[in-house]
Design a protein. Structure first.
Length: 712
C-alpha cells in the first residue's frame, strides 16, 4: 500500500535542512543532552539533517564496538532508511541505491554479535535488528524506537528473541526533531519486488517520489556519512578540522606521512580519515592520543613496509584530520623520486566563500612533466566544480565535473588531451566547500639512478584574487632559476603590477620593469634570476601591488636538482604553523630557515614575533623572537638556535623532525591589532637534491593582508 505526501510543511522542513553538516556548535551539550558526560557520540549525517547518537558502551560494549567497526571501515555512507512503521520504528543500515549505476546493493556485513540486552526499548533509543528466532544474529541493521516499545511479555521488544539490544539513543531535541521529520514522511511499496530483496514494502520517501516512480536517490532519506565525534571516556568533541586532498599508496616508490602537532596546552586526540575518490569512500586510518604540545609523525604508507596497510593500494585519496584540541599538520610525500611537503588546510579558517574559489597562477604540461590538480569535497552534497584553464594566448578552456559528498577528485593533466602542451593558469570554483592542491613532477635532464625527478606540491590560493600579497622569504642564488607568475583576474581589463623587494637592512625598492598584462591576456612570467639589484644567497621579502585589477602571484624556482613553488600570502592570522620541520645536523649541506615579515607600514604598530618548536615528547622551545619595525623582515636559520640544536642532538632519531609555529603580537599604542603573521618556511638539502618552501597555515583569526596601514 502506498501513502501519499503530507502537506507543504513537509517540503518546507526538507528545504530548511542545514547546509553546514559539520557544525560543532550544534553538537549535543555534554551536560544536558547526554546521560553520561563521558559516553561516546556519533554524528549521523542524513539528507534531512544531522542526528546525534549517544552510545552506551557500559551496557552493550559488543554492540558499540560493532557499530564503530562499520563506521570506521566506511560501510554506512549512502545507505538509506528502508523501513518506517509509524509510531513504532525507523530502520536502516542495510541497503544502498546508486543513481549512477542504477543498482541496489547491500552493506557488507561483519560477523554477528552476541546479544547484550540490558536496556529497555524506550522512545528515542536505538537497537540492533536481528533474525527471528536467533538472539545472536544482529549485524548491520539498526532501528530507532519512535515510541516506548518495551511492551509486555511476550510481544514487546524487550521480550522478543531474547530482547533487542539497545546500544544508543538519539541525543538532544534537535536530533529528535530530524527523526520525527523523517517519521512524518509517507511510505511506499513501489520498490517491494526489487532484487536482491523483497523487504522494501515500507520505505519512507520524499516529495521527489510519485506513485509508480522507480527508485532514485532524491526520493530516499539517505545517510551521507557516519563518524565518531566524541570518544568514550572523554568530555571533549572533535571540533577542529584540517584537510589535504592529495594522497596515493603505490607499490613501487611512494612514501607518505603526516606530521601532526597538538597546538593545545592539554592532551587531546586526533583522528585521521581517508576519503577515497572511488569505491568505498571512508576509512578511519587511526586515532592518536597526543600530549600537550606533542609533534608526531604518522606514516600512512611506505613501499618498503609491506605490512603497512592503512591505505588501499593504487587508490587516489584525500585526508581529513579532526582534533579535540587545536591541531596543525603537514603532508610529506616521496613520489616519482621527489620529496614534497605542504601544510594541511585549516578548514575553519578558510571560510565558506574562499573555499569555493581557488587560484593557481601557473602549471606546465609538457613531455617529461606530470602535473596534477586534486580536490576534496568538504560538504555532504554533491559538488559541481568548474575548472577554467587559461593559456598563454588568452584562450579559456572550461571543464565541469561533479564530485560526491566528501569524496576526493582530480585530474592528471598529462592525460588531458583538451589541454595543449605549455603553461597555463587555473581558476577553480565550486558550489560547495572544497580544498584544492596541485603537484608537478619533472624528469631532470641527464640525471641517473633513483633521483631522476624533481617535483613540488602545494595548495592553490583559496579565496578571491587580491590587490596585495606578500612572500616573506624569497631567495636568488647563482645558477638557479627563480621567477614569479602573475595571473590577471580580468579577461577585459589589463593589469599593472608592481613588485617591491624588502631587504634585511630595512631598505625597499621596486623591481624593474613594472609588470604590464594587456587586456585579453591572463598571465605573465617575471624572471628575477638575473636581477642584480637583488642580493644573492640572501633572503628577501617580495610584495605585489595591483591597484586596479586583483591578481594572483606564484613564486617558482628550480634549484639544487629540485623544484619548488608556493603562492604569495594574501591572508594572515595570529600565528602561522609549519607542521613539518626537519634538520639533519650531520648533513652540513642541509639548511632550514624561517622568514618573518611585518606587513604594517605604520611606525605606530609594534610587531613582536616568536618562533616556537614542538617536539614529539611535548617539549616546547621558543627558539627565536624579537621586534620588527614597519615593513621590516628577518630570516632565522635553525642551525643558529642553540636550544633547538641541543634538543635535536640529544636524540636525532626522535627529534630531527618537529613542528614550527610563528606567533605574532601586534599593538598600535592604543591596543592590540590583528597579528597578521606573514611567514615562510624554506629547506634546502643539497646532498639529496631536495628543496621545500611553503607559506604557513593560520591557526586562528585569519584576515586579508590588505587595508589601511598594511602594505602600501
Amino acid at each position: 500500500m502506498s501513502h501519499r505526501h503530507s502537506p507543504a510543511s513537509l517540503m518546507e522542513a526538507l528545504e530548511t535542512r542545514t547546509l553546514l553538516s559539520w557544525d560543532p556548535a550544534s553538537f549535543p551539550n555534554v551536560n544536558t543532552d547526554l546521560e553520561a558526560t563521558t559516553n561516546p557520540v556519533v554524528l549521523v549525517e542524513t539528507t534531512m539533517g544531522n542526528i546525534y547518537w549517544e552510545l552506551f558502551p557500559g551496557d552493550a560494549p559488543g554492540h558499540v564496538a560493532n557499530l564503530l567497526d562499520y563506521i570506521e571501515d566506511g560501510r554506512y555512507p549512502f545507505h538509506f532508511f528502508h523501513r518506517l512503521v509509524s509510531g513504532f520504528v525507523l530502520q536502516g543500515g542495510e541497503f544502498v541505491w546508486s543513481d549512477a549505476t542504477q543498482t541496489l546493493s547491500t552493506v557488507e556485513e561483519f560477523p554477528a554479535v552476541t546479544n547484550e540486552f540490558n536496556r529497555t526499548n524506550a522512545e528515542r533509543t536505538i537497537a540492533l535488528a536481528k533474525v527471528g528466532g536467533d538472539p545472536n544474529s544482529g549485524r548491520n541493521q539498526f532501528f530507532i524506537n519512535l515510541a516506548n516499545n518495551a511492551g509486555t511479555p511476550p510481544f514487546g521488544l524487550d521480550f522478543q528473541n531474547g530482547g533487542f539490544t539497545v546500544f544508543a539513543r538519539v541525543a538532544g531535541n534537535a536530533s529528535w526533531a530530524v527523526v520525527q521529520a523523517i517519521a512524518a514522511l509517507p511510505t511506499t511499496d513501489d520498490f517491494f519486488s526489487m532484487e536482491p530483496t523483497s523487504a522494501l514494502g515500507e520505505v519512507p520517501v520524499t516529495p521527489a517520489h510519485n506513485n509508480g516512480d522507480p527508485m532514485s536517490e532524491a526520493a530516499l532519506v539517505r545517510v551521507l556519512g557516519m563518524s565518531l565525534i566524541k570518544e568514550e571516556g572523554s568530555t571533549e568533541y572533535y571540533v577542529n578540522r584540517l584537510a589535504f586532498p592529495e594522497g596515493f599508496r603505490g607499490d613501487d616508490d611512494v612514501v607518505q606521512a603526516i606530521q601532526a602537532v597538538n597546538m593545545g596546552t592539554t592532551a587531546g586526540s586526533v583522528q585521521v580519515w581517508a576519503r577515497y575518490e572511488n569505491g568505498r569512500r571512508d576509512r578511519l586510518v587511526g586515532t592518536f592520543a597526543m600530549a600537550a604540545n606533542e609533534s608526531r609523525t604518522i606514516v600512512l604508507s611506505d613501499f618498503e613496509d609491506t605490512g603497512n596497510e592503512l591505505l588501499r593500494e593504487s587508490a587516489p585519496v584525500a585526508f581529513e584530520l579532526r582534533g579535540t584540541t587545536l591541531i596543525g599538520a603537514t603532508m610529506v610525500r616521496e613520489d616519482f623520486g621527489a620529496v614534497t611537503t605542504e601544510s594541511f588546510f585549516n578548514v575553519d579558517q578558510i571560510g565558506s566563500s574562499a573555499s569555493r574559489n581557488w587560484i593557481l597562477a601557473e602549471q606546465i604540461k609538457a613531455p617529461g612533466i606530470t602535473p596534477f590538480v586534486v580536490w576534496q569535497n568538504l560538504s555532504d552534497q554533491t559538488a559541481t566544480i568548474t575548472l577554467r584553464f587559461y593559456l598563454t594566448d588568452g584562450t579559456e578552456i572550461v571543464r565541469v565535473v561533479e564530485t560526491e559528498a566528501y569524496r576526493r577528485g582530480g585530474l592528471n593533466i598529462s592525460q588531458c588531451a583538451f589541454i595543449p602542451d605549455g603553461a597555463y593558469a587555473l581558476h577553480v570554483t565550486s558550489d560547495q566547500n572544497i580544498v584544492v592542491a596541485q603537484s608537478q613532477y619533472e624528469t631532470v635532464p641527464g640525471s641517473v639512478g633513483s633521483d631522476t625527478t624533481r617535483g613540488h606540491t602545494g595548495g592553490l590560493t583559496p579565496g578571491p584574487f587580491a590587490n596585495e600579497g606578500m612572500l616573506a622569504g624569497a631567495i636568488r642564488r647563482p645558477g638557479e632559476t627563480t621567477y614569479l607568475t602573475v595571473f590577471n583576474s580580468s579577461s577585459s581589463t589589463g593589469a599593472v603590477v608592481r613588485i617591491i623587494a624588502h631587504l634585511d637592512d630595512g631598505s625597499q625598492f621596486q623591481l624593474a620593469p613594472i609588470i604590464v598584462i594587456p587586456a585579453g591576456e591572463r598571465f605573465f612570467r617575471f624572471d628575477f634570476s638575473g636581477n642584480t639589484t637583488l642580493p644573492t644567497d640572501e633572503f628577501f621579502t617580495l610584495r605585489f601591488n595591483s591597484p586596479t585589477v586583483p591578481v594572483a602571484v606564484q613564486y617558482t624556482g628550480y634549484a639544487d636538482g629540485d623544484s619548488f613553488s608556493t603562492p604569495f600570502q594574501i591572508t594572515g592570522g595570529d600565528s602561522a604553523v609549519f607542521g613539518f620541520g626537519s634538520l639533519d645536523l650531520a648533513n652540513t649541506n642541509h639548511e632550514e630557515s624561517i622568514s618573518v615579515f611585518n606587513p604594517y607600514s605604520s611606525v605606530l604598530v609594534t610587531y613582536d614575533y616568536g618562533i616556537r618548536f614542538r617536539f614529539s615528547d611535548g617539549t616546547l622551545i621558543l627558539g627565536a623572537g624579537g621586534n620588527l619595525g614597519a615593513m621590516q623582515r628577518v630570516t632565522i636559520n635553525t642551525r643558529d638556535l642553540l636550544q633547538v640544536t641541543n634538543k635535536i642532538q640529544s636524540n636525532p632519531a626522535l627529534f630531527s623532525t618537529y613542528s614550527i609555529e610563528v606567533l605574532i603580537v601586534a599593538t598600535d599604542g592604543v591596543g592590540p591589532v590583528d597579528g597578521l603573521a606573514v611567514a615562510q618556511y624554506h629547506s634546502v638539502d643539497r646532498t639529496n637534491g631536495q628543496v621545500v618552501t611553503t607559506i604557513g597555515s593560520p591557526l586562528s583569526n585569519a584576515q586579508p593582508l590588505a587595508g589601511p596601514g598594511i602594505g602600501g
